[in-house]
Design a protein around this ligand. Sequence first.
Ligand SMILES: [Zn+2]
Length: 145
Amino acid sequence: MDSGPPTLHSRRTLTLRFNVPISRTHQFWDSLREGRFVTTRCGECGALSFPPQSDCARCMSGEVEWVDLGTEAELVTFTYVQVTPPSFVEDDPYIVGIGRMSQGLKILAWVEGTRLEALAPGMKLKLEPRTSDDGSPYYVFVPAP
Ligand SMILES: [Zn+2]
């Protein structure tokens, strides 16, 4: 018999729902629906943020402006997710990559349109908009043509 302290284990599913105010970052989603990628740049110190931020994480200024992010990226690293987390349990295994945009920002996204064996750090990627089954916009990396 285990002589350690009593512990409580539960296998119940805990659902967390986050209500994140997007009133000052909705332009990202509006632009994404139009196929454009934008993010915020601090009007005080010039720091770029991704995801877009309503306040600068470096200097706390609320003076942010929208800038075009473009679509060209370079693959920094990637991984193959074979055992999907509960929120993606309906999905097939997938590839997640980190791409460095031309301004130096790094973005995490699914990598589609390629095989795992074809990926290598440094390869050129393109950020592309997608729409989920429920109509929500999202984005993926695909190999650059
Ligand atoms: Zn700043």
